[in-house]
Design a protein around this ligand. Structure first.
Ligand SMILES: C[S@@+](CC[C@H](N)C(=O)[O-])C[C@H]1O[C@@H](n2cnc3c(N)ncnc32)[C@H](O)[C@@H]1O
Length: 211
């Protein structure tokens, strides 16, 4: 059954513009942590992905996860908006090694019996979910030594949430870090990636080890 949150995200999905078929480097799949094309670090922060079980929380149209499948990862993408899994399957299913489901991040993590080596989220479910609820669940479903990573915009004043069904967690880096340590992660690194042009918003990329 659809929830008010799923309906909001479905309306967001309806406005989606497909990513370019080929990037500036001439490749047809790639992972992009930032909100700008051809900008920022690649997937290296996730470590060697061959044979690793990877979960993306809020996988959207699936383009980032598709790239990890080409690198030999066994990939699962979940997204709360139902049309996203359909589109991702139609677009990237031919690659093999990846599956997409419709689910809320908290529900999926509570229910799954799979243990993941890598969990990540790009402007995705991590940004829109209470970390106190989410991070311990992520940790519980990760193998020891695995990598958890996520990106979003830098901290900003929290907007008035009265009546809002969804909102972004605009946490400063030290709060992301504290929440990760509290949930059983170590080696926490939070880096700010400057925007490609002065005056524009940068990106915060946080990564930690399940240990
Ligand atoms: C800003 S989009 C980013 C999509 C994708 N990660 C990308 O970089 O193109 C946020 C995505 O997270 C999904 N999302 C938001 N909250 C979620 C939740 N609680 N559980 C699962 N997916 C969620 C939305 O439906 C949407 O597809």
């Amino acid at each position: 059954m659809s929830s008010p949150r799923a309906e909001i995200w479905e309306r967001y999905a309806a406005k989606y513009t497909p990513r370019r078929a080929v990037n500036a480097a001439g490749t047809t799949t790639w992972l992009n942590w930032t909100q700008y094309p051809d900008h920022g670090p690649d997937e290296a922060v996730l470590g060697d992905l061959r044979g690793k079980r990877v979960l993306e929380l809020g996988s959207g149209a699936g383009a980032n996860l598709a790239h990890l499948a080409t690198l030999g990862a066994v990939c699962t993408g979940i997204d709360i908006a139902p049309s996203r899994a359909d589109l991702a399957r139609r677009t990237w299913g031919y690659l093999g090694g990846l599956e997409f489901f419709t689910a809320d991040a908290l529900d999926f993590l509570a229910d799954t019996s799979t243990t993941f080596d890598v969990v990540y989220s790009i402007f995705g479910a991590v940004w829109f979910t209470d970390p106190e609820a989410l991070f311990p669940l992520v940790r519980k479903k990760m193998s020891d030594g695995g990598v958890f990573a996520f990106s979003q915009t830098p901290a900003a004043p929290q907007e008035d949430r009265a009546g809002q069904v969804i909102w972004q967690r605009h946490l400063p880096v030290h709060q992301w870090t504290e929440q990760l340590f509290a949930a059983g992660f170590s080696e926490v690194v939070a880096e700010t990636i400057d925007a490609p042009e002065p005056g524009k918003l940068g990106t915060v990329l946080v990564h930690a080890r399940a240990a």
